[in-house]
Ligand binder design. Structure first.
Ligand SMILES: [Zn+2]
Ligand SMILES: [Zn+2]
Length: 272
């Protein structure tokens, strides 16, 4: 039986455009069985429009809690958090956590990775001697440390570093050097994080033609035993299930026959 769920959902408590209740209503209208909210964790180092302040975080938890109860006969709702690696936010009280590395740390500076090609060009020049491969390797080296900062259930957009591949080429993502640094990180992460996401948000927002991660990475995830969830990294309720078909095809081409869904009793595999 097909089961429709999205666990990566932003709202107007962070930088999504809809209220949680608007999203719940849209999810019901679209035939979703379940939805999980994943507001951006408070981060002391990032741009303020991006995350939930500590006060907003409290309101967010309360509002999602209210909706869980109010809509319990119509849809299953989970309260999650998109945790950013260096965030020192409170981690208690969530049903699940998505782990992201939107920033890497260089010295005392936090450098954004979820940015456009002009930004990439700048940081590669400024911190990596003009060598994009050095940036990619440093990104994976730091991402591998995620479990040291929080108990993460879902690994978010693992190869975020390929954000601009359809616009600009900063390193060869088919090279052995690139793949080896990604695999090294995955081997470490696979010990603590059971599930990764196939994330279609970049296609919706027009800077990617394919979901994260790329096929060559997903094949390695399969080999290492990761489960997979399909998410839209939703910032607009109209795109709650956008490109889920593409994500399924991508998983199938990597050899997956099942996808994971979150239930009250943890992750459960269903047929793709
Ligand atoms: Zn993210
Ligand atoms: Zn997100």
């Amino acid at each position: 039986m097909a089961y429709l769920q999205n666990l990566h959902t932003h709202t107007n408590f962070d930088h999504g455009i809809n209220s949680p209740e608007e999203i719940v209503k849209k999810a019901i209208e679209k035939g979703f069985d379940s939805i999980g909210f994943s507001g951006h964790a408070y981060t002391f180092y990032s741009d303020k429009s991006y995350f939930m302040s500590p006060g907003k975080t409290k309101e967010y938890k309360k509002e999602v809690g209210r909706l869980k109860e109010a809509y319990k006969d119509k849809i299953k709702i989970f309260l999650g958090l998109e945790f950013d690696m260096y965030s020192d936010t409170e981690q208690d009280g969530y049903d699940y956590m998505i782990g992201s590395c939107h920033y890497i740390k260089i010295g005392n500076e936090y450098i954004g990775i979820d940015r456009d090609e002009a930004h990439y060009k700048n940081i590669i020049e400024k911190y990596f001697d003009g060598d994009g491969m050095k940036l990619a390797k440093e990104y994976f080296r730091q991402t591998a440390m995620l479990p040291q900062f929080a108990n993460i259930n879902i690994l978010a957009h693992f190869d975020l570093i390929t954000k601009n591949i359809d616009r600009a080429s900063f390193f060869d993502y088919n090279s052995k050097e690139y793949m080896n640094s990604a695999i090294e990180a995955l081997e470490i992460l696979s010990k603590d994080i059971p599930v990764f996401e196939v994330n279609t948000g970049g296609i919706v927002r027009g800077y990617r033609k394919t979901p994260y991660p790329m096929l060559n990475i997903i094949k390695e995830m399969k080999r290492l035993g990761f489960g997979a969830v399909i998410t839209s990294d939703c910032h607009d309720a109209n795109f709650l299930d956008a490109y889920f078909g593409d994500a399924k095809e991508l998983l199938k081409s990597a050899g997956y026959t099942e996808q994971m869904i979150l239930t009250d009793n943890g992750f459960k595999a269903i047929e793709l």
